[in-house]
Design a protein around this ligand. Structure first.
Ligand code: NAD
Ligand code: ZN
Length: 357
């Protein structure tokens, strides 16, 4: 048995209004004449948050286009433009949802590693530490703030740059930044966390480390999506910590069926991670009966829509593509169904599941 030696984020600050401390936090990482780059979710263009970014000297804000989940070509383009314009930068600060944070991690790594980010999609392929990087979530749920990966769609695959160089040097968790996120988006991203918890806690890889974080994150999700009468500041506070703990839980275990199937959807149809997981989880009563039952209650209570029939009319070839991508996620299946998962999840069975989505 080989145990994972998990590389964690170096520094964490948590609290309402902690965004105002950013200037002070970044100060020791600045170098004279070299800019700090703020990669900010395009949602915040012309919004108050953008004017609160502590710009100094040659610092620059780049508004990240997150209409689609991050692609390797986009990462390469931003890194190449920064090298062209400035030669070097002293840090990349990602402000936004999982997409903006993943972009920031990847661009930081591509400032010091040669070639294309597509060359590093996989496990432990990154050779050099990136430049200083910080993550500041404005949506809670993905756990991208704590993970050792950055999920990228490349020319050949959708796969992260998983490495010990990938985690942020600093994260700043300010729940105020998630206030006013649209109800559907907040729910989809929040459910990513809920699903992380269920898949981790019901998985065969479970251990006390993952369990302790997973149980806490689950409890916080239940509080905000089921028990509270209405959404308030306390909900934002709780969901931000749920995201953190859920991310810590899967870091030391694995996700499961919903993620494996949702990767297939997103590869073929471009379905975004949060909503894709919801579409799949909604149909997984056979694998996670209690979780799916509770999920349906959350959907009802929060009055959100889970899209239906999104695979209607797809060709055999398209179903095959999704099945191939999904079955390629071996550790996820093994965590969910055990070592003999291939006997339990056949191509035919998976096809039937995809047809129900
Ligand atoms: P997102 O980052 O894709 O953003 C979704 C939408 O919400 C965007 O339109 C964005 O502009 C908007 N948005 C962000 N903050 C907002 C706010 N405060 N108010 C209003 N709108 C806001 O969504 P997400 O669910 O946070 O992240 C999904 C991404 O994270 C995917 O690309 C997925 O691959 C990635 N991911 C990464 C990991 C990891 O470990 N690295 C884990 C899970 C998911
Ligand atoms: Zn997820």
């Amino acid at each position: 048995m080989k145990f994972r030696n998990f590389k964690m984020v170096d520094f964490v600050v948590y609290g309402r209004g902690s965004f105002d401390q950013l200037d002070e936090i970044l100060a020791p990482h600045r170098k004279a004449g070299i800019p700090m780059i703020f990669l900010v979710d395009h949602f915040f263009e012309k919004k108050a948050l953008a004017s609160r970014v502590p710009l100094r000297g040659k610092d620059k804000i780049i508004f990240a286009d997150v209409a689609f989940e991050p692609k390797t070509v986009y990462v390469d383009k931003i890194a190449a433009e920064l090298k062209n314009e400035f030669g070097q930068v002293c840090g990349i600060i990602g402000i936004g949802g999982g997409s903006a944070m993943d972009l920031a991690k990847a661009v930081s790594l591509m400032m010091t590693n040669p070639g294309s980010s597509a060359d590093y999609q996989g496990w432990d392929l990154v050779k050099h530490a990136g430049v200083y990087k910080a993550g500041i979530p404005t949506l809670s749920g993905t756990g991208a703030e704590v993970s050792r990966t950055t999920v990228l769609t490349g020319p050949a695959k959708k796969l992260g740059m998983n490495s010990d160089f990938t985690p942020f040097n600093q994260i700043l968790l300010d729940p105020e930044l998630t206030a006013n996120a649209p109800v559907n988006q907040r729910f989809y991203t929040g459910m990513d966390c809920y699903i992380h918890c269920i898949e981790s806690l019901r998985g065969t890889y479970l251990n006390e480390f993952s369990k302790s974080y997973g149980e806490k994150a689950l409890q916080l999700c239940q509080k905000v999506f089921l028990q509270k009468r209405e959404w308030d500041d306390e909900s934002d506070d709780a969901l931000m910590m749920a995201s953190y703990a859920g991310g810590m839980s899967i870091a030391y275990s694995q996700v499961g069926v919903a993620h494996a199937v949702s990767y297939g959807l997103s590869y073929l149809l471009g379905t975004k991670h949060g909503v894709g997981n919801c579409i799949v989880f909604d149909k997984l009563e056979e694998y996670y009966p209690d979780g799916v039952h509770e999920f349906k209650k959350m959907v009802e209570k929060n009055k959100v829509d889970i899209p239906q029939h999104i695979t209607k009319g797809l060709s055999d070839e398209q179903f095959d593509t999704m099945i191939n991508v999904s079955l390629g996620m071996k550790p996820l299946w093994e965590n969910a169904l055990g070592k003999d998962w291939e006997k339990r999840m056949t191509r035919e069975k998976l096809r039937k599941l995809f047809e129900r989505l």
